[in-house]
Design a binder for this molecule. Structure first.
Ligand SMILES: Cc1cc2nc3c(=O)[nH]c(=O)nc-3n(C[C@H](O)[C@H](O)[C@H](O)COP(=O)(O)O)c2cc1C
Length: 200
């Protein structure tokens, strides 16, 4: 089976698009790491804390509870955890993903979550941005971008946010994320992404 990219049209009715222009943008943020001391999770939380006033963040916490994707379990058999993820993506105006690299690839938990979204409408045309907590992980970045474009996410790639947290302990990561330059970089990145969402 081959997947094709679908060119996204403006999402929603004129009323929905006007509502997005006026109201808060809701962003679903996903960390691809399950580690308790995850630097990617710290980055996602810092993004939420530094969000511009017109953005509201919801942090997805269900990655570790998702059953392993099985196409036989779609439709009426869709597990509740997967339905919750699909609903969260559907409801959000955009999603932000911060994900580590494992063995030059995308960690299984993150790929599993994306697999649950492949045959649904939730991802089609949904604005998405990748942010990075490691200056390495170039394979995972490229793979995630390719996967998400193939799923027809509207990947926002004009702005790149990378904050070097690789190998940092939680206290160290917190200090780095609290630096004024990094707070500003996070706010600017989210503001640019929100502008992309509003412009669609
Ligand atoms: C099993 C495993 C494999 C890894 N493989 C790579 C890799 O191939 N390339 C890389 O840049 N980092 C690799 N790393 C390092 C992680 O991507 C890096 O530590 C990341 O920042 C961890 O994110 P976290 O703090 O959110 O858990 C690996 C780490 C683990 C645990």
């Amino acid at each position: 089976m081959s997947w094709t990219r679908i060119t996204a049209r403006p999402r929603g009715s004129i009323r929905e698009r006007l509502t997005r222009l006026i109201l808060l943008i809701e962003i679903l943020a996903i960390s691809g790491s399950l580690r308790a001391a995850s630097t990617n999770s710290a980055l996602v939380e810092a993004l939420a804390a530094n969000a511009p006033a017109d953005c509201r963040f919801v942090i997805y916490g269900g990655l570790g509870r998702l059953p392993i994707f099985n196409p036989d379990d779609e439709g009426e058999r869709t597990p509740r955890e997967a339905s919750d993820l699909i609903d969260a993506v559907t409801h959000a105006d955009g999603i932000i993903v911060s994900c580590p690299e494992y063995a030059h690839g995308v960690p299984g938990g993150m790929k599993n979550a994306l697999d649950w979204l492949v045959s649904r409408d939730a991802a089609v045309g949904k604005p998405a941005m990748l942010v990075h907590g490691s200056p390495r992980s170039l394979y995972a970045r490229a793979a995630l971008a390719e996967i998400m474009r193939t799923m027809s996410f509207a990947l926002y790639e004009e702005t790149t946010l990378e904050i070097a947290l690789l190998g940092k302990k939680p206290v160290e990561a917190e200090e780095i994320l609290a630096e004024a330059a990094n707070s500003l970089a996070m706010r600017n990145a989210v503001r640019a992404f929100a502008g992309f969402i509003r412009g669609r």
